[in-house]
Design a protein around this ligand. Structure first.
Ligand SMILES: [Zn+2]
Length: 133
């Protein structure tokens, strides 16, 4: 049966289509298309579509259907390897390295400052190691 009215593509219980169906762009949170998962570095991971979005087209043309997958059941696109961990650690280290003085802070450099706190506020001197009692 071909849906003829806009409301007919709203079937959150799946009584008409077998799986929960929503209007295009009206899917609830927690669901994503394969393409959206991929953008987040995820893949469906073997799960069946949990729902679908449907957009009607002009008369006589089949509706556009996009399958939606549960994000919480998605898996990373690639398993973590030592190389990938190193890449992530390097990226995190870069975020903690001050571009001004080159010191590695124990926090991520705030993007609002663009440098470490001592560089951003040179008049506020933190106690150095020797001053600590
Ligand atoms: Zn600095």
């Amino acid at each position: 049966m071909r849906p003829t009215a806009r409301t007919e593509v709203h079937d959150p219980d799946g009584t008409r289509y077998g799986i929960p169906t929503y209007q295009w762009r009206a899917a609830p949170d927690g669901l994503a298309t394969r393409r959206q998962l991929r953008a987040a570095g995820l893949r469906p991971g073997g799960q069946e579509p949990a729902a679908q979005v449907m957009r009607l087209r002009r008369r006589g043309r089949a509706p556009l259907v996009g399958h939606l997958y549960a994000i919480e059941r998605a898996k990373p696109v690639r398993p973590m390897t030592p190389g990938r961990w190193r890449a992530i650690e390097a990226a995190l280290l870069a975020r903690r390295t001050c571009p001004d003085c080159g010191r590695v802070a124990d926090y991520c450099i705030p993007t609002s400052l663009g440098m470490c706190v001592p560089c951003a506020y040179p008049t506020v001197t933190a106690p150095s190691e020797g001053e600590r009692l």
